[in-house]
Design a protein around this ligand. Structure first.
Ligand code: ZN
Ligand code: ZN
Length: 200
């Protein structure tokens, strides 16, 4: 980890850009490890704070015509628990596997991959940091729980049931029935509702 961080600083400065023309000219395999300096990710309107910079380890091999990439990336993120709204940390790990054709100038293949947004400078440079970031975005869970058996909030009083029980809650009562129970209990509310209808 410490070793990687030393490397990472250098890679972050250069933005993890990989020249495809260089790969075309220098065949062979190379391994890379770098962290992606992200503070947060936004996916479908949800914000995910980055707790630990995602670390990517990649193996790239080129035969001069195509570039294949294998590797993995993992990072620790934090967001609100979907049930109790407290902070929930979670890890995202995913395998990376891809292949790009790098032969020819202005070839159809280069045109196609440039649409992915990872290629810069007219398709000659691959932005590995952006590539890895996109792989994480695709793996981010949209519903995160602080713990698998999170008890959530009491639908009546809003108490976090992981921290303490409340006096109003009967754990087995369906929340929908609890709402009905409150309505019936509050007879004044029902009558008011009736009179409001008359006013319309
Ligand atoms: Zn929770
Ligand atoms: Zn309660």
């Amino acid at each position: 980890m410490t070793v990687f961080r030393g490397l990472c600083i250098i890679y972050e400065v250069i933005g993890m850009l990989l020249s495809l023309s260089e790969l075309r000219d220098r065949k062979g395999e190379r391994s890379l490890a770098f962290s992606v300096s992200l503070e947060s990710l936004e996916v479908l309107g949800n914000d995910y704070e980055v707790k630990e910079y995602p670390l990517a380890t990649l193996s790239l091999s080129s035969d001069g015509r195509s570039l294949s990439l294998r590797g993995k990336v993992s990072g620790v993120f934090s967001t609100e628990c979907a049930r109790c709204l407290s902070v929930a940390d979670f890890t995202v790990s995913t395998e990376l596997s891809d292949e790009w054709l790098i032969s020819g100038e202005g070839s159809e293949e280069l045109e196609d991959i440039s649409e992915s947004g990872f290629l810069l400078d007219d398709g000659d440079t691959l932005d590995l940091a952006e590539y890895v970031k996109q792989a994480l975005v695709e793996e981010i869970p949209l519903r995160v729980l602080c713990q698998s058996n999170c008890r959530g909030l009491c639908p009546n009083c809003g108490v976090n049931l992981n921290e303490r029980d409340c006096v109003c809650a009967e754990p087995d009562v369906d929340p929908r029935l609890a709402v009905l129970g409150r309505l019936l209990h509050n007879k004044g509310g029902v009558e008011n509702g009736g009179s409001e209808k008359k006013n319309i």
